[in-house]
Design a protein around this ligand. Structure first.
Ligand code: FAD
Ligand code: NAP
Length: 542
């Protein structure tokens, strides 16, 4: 399979009408189903894939694992679940996270309301009937009072339109739809395009198998070591003895995971002290590196101290100074999503790995036997596209969604996404997005963010039902004010200053808008709670 596509599987059963249609059966769609069922709503989930798990169903490339610690990257809505489930490693590998999703589906009997291998192609709001009509590639129609898009922020793979891509005669893979049976690279010549998180995780393992690996790098990325290891049973016991405490501490942190945040400025300490702090964070590993000082994402000079430290580490690890130089980013660390690696930089010391810069001179074309860049041909048997996703808006805009007056979401978002709280869209009544653009989503541990959205939406639907309302719609003024706030907040952070997927820069032609809300999880939750407490302020209810 070279594209994410369903087989028009088991969704074709005649007309169906439910209270709520949910698109997607990743962690968001699964919990949405469970939560709504608990309140007595009828729900149907439509999922393109053949099973639950979303991200963890599709991204089966070698080395795929979470980069938020597993004890935190997991549901907290059921204490029995979090007590029963045993994570094996600090950062669980993809097969284990998928097993966890499958366990949740079994445990809460979710599958009976999910139609797999069913891709939603279109949805339109019928203003007279006050219902959504949902079309799928499986045929049949589904109508629902409410439509919840649990379609994921990183679920629409980005395949650049390289000239000659279809000419390639070897095997071609995208990390975002990896064959379930796995891929054996033993003895093969492999080319990987991309050096983001997916590439950083997979390259060391592909290199171990391949006869030769060429990595084509457009922009180098910062990576900090994972120091992944089996979990210590004593640590697990300690966490489980007060799981609620850990969860509460996590929810109080802007990225919604618990870590040690040092509020001091990187510029107010001596060089020795700063070095000591960075060394300790490096030894600890993981995304907590960016918590070394309070101003790393606010002040360029402070940020440069961390960036320089990591560049120094790259020079220490990579033996060839020219390769080390090519691997060293010169931009703000943490501006693009920080990568968490296991042996990434050291992989470039292997004699069977070659780093090719395609930043200054882009790839000319893909050929039958490899690719050409700067007039030079590189030959390989297998091509791996680790080229990421049309993030945050891609999955939504690949569906033809029409709201009030037949207005299409593609048109409304022509200049970039506009939402109220990343949860609702003016002109699209009874439609909700889970971790939509304008919510903290990808800047946080996604599981707490998903749970918060699911619970807010479920409470909102109960509120609607209790008051006999059947339409809810974000008001344009509230949406405008929220979009302004999201933009103003983004401008305060160095994160908005580079060509990342956060701003849509990885997809040619995509409007440049900083899409997630950078104000942090606690501030955002307060805002959502206040809106609800004030009778869904900023929404028109009918
Ligand atoms: P997804 O898991 O993306 O699920 C969305 C589902 O919707 C998919 O199954 C998709 O098939 C389905 N869908 C989309 N469009 C349609 C359609 N038109 N019709 C039918 N079905 C559709 N986040 C973290 O916080 N920590 C991590 O460590 C982390 N690691 C990650 C690693 C990788 C490789 C990737 C890609 C992302 C990672 N993320 C991580 C982000 C991750 O996406 C979220 O943590 C979380 O899994 C998202 O769950 P979701 O249900 O919102 O979306
Ligand atoms: P990504 O970060 O967007 O990386 C894509 C890579 O492909 C980049 O190096 C990009 O270069 C390159 N690329 C894109 N188009 C190209 C072109 N036309 N020519 C050459 N190179 C091109 O995607 P990702 O690695 O899949 O990660 C996406 C996000 O998913 C992550 O940021 C993270 O949030 C999540 N994720 C997490 C983990 C984890 O550790 N748990 C693992 C994987 C993914 P440029 O940088 O120049 O655009």
């Amino acid at each position: 399979m070279t594209e994410r596509q369903s087989n028009g599987g088991n969704g074709a059963a005649g007309p169906v009408d439910v209270d709520v249609a949910v698109v997607g059966a990743g962690f968001a769609g699964m919990y949405m189903l469970h939560r709504l069922r608990g309140f007595g709503f009828s729900v149907r989930v439509l999922e393109a894939g053949g099973g639950v798990g979303g991200t963890w169903y599709w991204n089966r490339y070698p080395g795929a694992r979470c980069d938020v610690e597993s004890m935190q990257y997991s549901y907290q809505f059921s204490d029995a679940l979090q007590q029963d489930w045993e994570w094996s490693e600090r950062y669980a590998p993809q097969p284990e996270i998928l097993r966890y999703a499958e366990h949740v589906a079994d445990r809460f009997d979710l599958r009976r309301d999910i139609r797999f291998e069913t891709t939603v192609t279109a949805a339109r709001f019928d203003e007279d009937g006050r219902r959504w009509t949902v079309e799928t590639d499986a045929g049949g129609t589904l109508t629902a009072r409410y439509l919840v898009m649990a379609t994921g922020c990183l679920s629409a793979p980005n395949t650049p339109t390289f000239k000659g891509l279809d000419d390639f005669a070897g095997r071609r893979f995208h990390t975002g739809y990896w064959p379930p049976a796995g891929v054996d690279f033993t003895g093969r010549r492999v080319g990987v395009i991309g050096t983001g998180s997916s590439a950083v995780q997979s390259i060391p393992l592909i290199a171990e198998q391949a006869a030769h690996l060429h990595v084509f790098q457009r922009t180098p990325n910062y990576a900090v070591p994972a120091h992944n290891a089996p979990l210590d049973p004593e640590d697990v016991r300690r966490v489980k003895a007060d799981y609620a405490g850990l969860r509460a501490r996590a929810r109080a942190m802007p990225p919604a995971f618990d870590y040690v945040f040092n509020p001091r400025s990187a510029l107010e300490v001596s060089d020795d002290e700063r070095r000591r702090v960075y060394e300790a964070r490096w030894a600890d590993g993981g995304l907590g590196f960016m918590g070394a000082f309070g101003d790393l994402l606010l002040d360029e000079a402070a940020n440069e101290t961390a960036a320089a430290f990591v560049r120094g580490k790259i020079r220490e690890i990579v033996r060839d100074p020219a390769v080390a130089q090519r691997l060293s980013p010169d931009n703000v660390i943490g501006c693009k999503r920080l990568c968490v690696d296991t042996g990434y930089y050291a992989t470039y010391n292997r004699s069977n790995v070659t780093l090719v810069d395609v930043g200054e001179t882009p790839i000319d074309r893909i050929t039958a036997t490899g690719l050409a860049v700067a007039g030079r041909a590189y030959e390989f048997d297998d091509l791996v596209l680790a080229t990421g996703f049309d993030a945050m808006t891609g999955a939504l805009l690949r569906i033809d969604i029409a709201g009030r007056g037949g207005r299409r979401l593609q048109d409304k978002w022509h200049g970039g996404p506009r939402t109220y709280l990343g949860l609702a869209i003016a002109g699209f009544p009874n439609l909700f997005t889970i971790t939509g653009p304008g919510s903290p989503s990808v800047l946080t541990n996604m599981l707490p963010s998903i749970e918060q959205h699911v619970e807010w939406i479920a409470d909102c639907l109960v509120h609607q039902r209790d008051r006999g309302h059947d339409v809810i719609e974000a008001e344009t003024a509230a949406e405008d004010a929220w979009v302004q706030h999201v933009n103003d907040t983004a401008d305060l952070s160095l994160r908005s200053t580079c060509s990342s997927w956060y701003v849509g820069a990885n997809v040619p032609g995509k409007p440049r808008v900083f899409m997630p809300y950078i104000g942090g999880f606690p501030t955002y939750v307060d805002k959502c709670d206040t809106v609800a407490a004030n009778g869904y302020e900023g929404f028109a209810l009918a």
